[in-house]
Design a protein around this ligand. Structure first.
Ligand code: NAP
Ligand code: GDD
Length: 389
């Protein structure tokens, strides 16, 4: 059986990649950090936490000796380095920690490979943040880099070290320049999940207004589960290389807000500009597509329309009580709060994954609309159960 190490198993990509490799028959060594309260909710959500082929190992990327022991003890032949301080906003407040983990950390693993077994294949989780103030549209593997955050700078260092170890020591070290990828397992601090969680809370009457920063930022958003497949393909290729994984479509944060509210049956209109911009409710359809209960769908062709009282009763039975604050047309459900602005912003990302398609046969399978709907539905379920990860 093939053995692989995934650093950062508690993160979004770590969980999906572990699921994929287990399905492919691997023995997986997933690393997590010692913290006062370790949280394995993602691998629990995917139902793989008890898999006998998944071994959870305490490990910190900033420790060279731990990296050496990790490789020696596991005898893995593939290493997927997903561990990082990955939140761009925090990297402005913690630039040194970000450099140590996200920049230098990968060098510990590369050195460990060089020392323990140079035949081990290595995947580095590089990022479209490295393109920063973009020098070409769309971005491809050869587009010049111009990072705009301490996180982007740290990742760029690790990217070039990956290439350097490939060229200097012949190590099979591949770098995946991945554009933003999201899912119901995304951390709540990232904008898409913050929005879908906020929309679910607003729909359920648990939150009045969602506060966001720069609504004009444009991102190329894909589905994380599609992207981990690309990581695996990179390490199965004949040669190590650098690949962009992206969808070649870009939308603004504002577009995603609109889409997420729509997914919850709420039409919003944007008013004002800059820090004064808001989104207000234009109309509410009680059409909860995500409940998968046709009786709750007002225009269902299969069931007679329910009266409002009957519908509310049915929703309460299903735990969908609308909450104390019922949504009203004209209610402000989103406003801008400048505290979420960044000192320097990446305004536009859009990637062309043609090389990955040609050489790896990889392409994204999930549209942004499908992704957004999936996230809204998951957040409705989490919030109905009263859990918020
Ligand atoms: P994530 O959810 O933030 O997960 C990051 C993982 O790294 C967590 O398991 C975290 O552990 C772990 N970690 C942090 N510091 C560590 C340390 N010192 N030692 C060991 N582990 C440490 O990130 P993600 O979205 O899954 O992304 C995976 C990787 O791809 C990251 O490197 C990210 O920078 C990169 N990337 C992500 C995207 C994206 O859109 N998602 C795009 C391009 C690149 P804790 O749970 O203990 O914090
Ligand atoms: N997080 C957040 N919160 N972002 C906001 C908000 C808010 O309230 N309001 C607007 N934004 C804007 C940010 O300013 C940014 O332009 C955009 O939304 C996306 O922010 P994030 O979701 O935090 O992601 P990111 O693009 O900064 O970084 C993610 O993608 C990178 C790949 O390009 C992370 O996953 C990185 O680890 C990854 O490398």
């Amino acid at each position: 059986m093939k053995k692989a190490i995934i650093t950062g198993i508690t993160g979004q990509d770590g969980a999906y990649l572990a699921q994929l490799l287990l399905e492919k028959g691997y023995i997986v060594y997933g690393t997590y950090r010692r913290t006062s309260s370790v949280n394995f909710w993602r691998i629990q959500e995917l139902g793989i936490d008890q898999n006998p082929h998944l071994h959870l190992i305490e490990y910190d990327l900033t420790d060279l000796s731990a990296s050496i022991r990790l490789l020696q003890n596991s005898k893995a032949t593939e290493v997927y380095n997903l561990a990082a301080q990955s939140f761009v906003a925090v990297s402005f407040d913690q630039p040194v920690t970000t450099a140590e983990i996200t920049g230098l950390g990968p060098v510990n693993l590369l050195e460990a490979i060089r020392i323990v077994n140079p035949k081990i294949r290595y995947y580095q989780a590089s990022t479209s943040e490295m393109f920063g103030k973009v020098q070409a549209i769309p971005q491809i593997e050869d587009t010049p880099f111009y990072p705009r955050s301490p996180y982007g700078v740290a990742k760029l260092y690790a990217h070039w070290m990956t290439i350097n170890y490939r060229e200097s020591y012949g190590i099979f070290a591949s770098s995946g320049i991945l554009f933003n990828h999201e899912s119901p397992l995304r951390g709540l601090e990232f904008v898409t999940r913050k929005i879908t969680d906020g929309v679910a809370k607003i729909k359920l009457g648990k939150l009045e207004t969602l506060e966001l920063g720069n609504l004009d930022a444009k991102r190329d958003w894909g589905f994380a589960k599609d992207y981990v497949e690309g990581m695996w393909r990179m390490l199965q290729a004949n040669e190590p290389d650098t690949f962009v994984l992206a969808t070649n479509r870009t939308e603004t944060v504002r577009d995603f807000v609109l889409m997420a509210f729509k997914g919850a049956g709420i039409e919003v209109e944007f008013r004002g500009a800059g820090v004064n911009e808001t989104a207000v409710v234009a109309s509410v359809t009680q059409d909860l597509a995500f409940t998968q209960d046709p009786a709750l769908t007002q225009n269902s062709a299969l069931t007679p329309a329910l009266s409002r009282g009957e519908r509310e009763l049915r929703m309460e039975e299903r735990g969908h009580k609308m909450g104390e604050r019922e949504l009203k047309v004209g209610q402000v459900v989103m406003r801008v709060n400048p505290k979420f602005y960044r000192p320097a912003e990446v305004e536009l990302l859009i990637g062309n994954p043609a090389k990955a398609k040609a050489k790896l046969g990889w392409e994204p399978k999930t549209t942004l609309e499908q992704l957004c709907q999936m996230m809204v539905e998951a957040d409705m379920k989490y919030n109905q159960k009263g859990i918020s990860f």
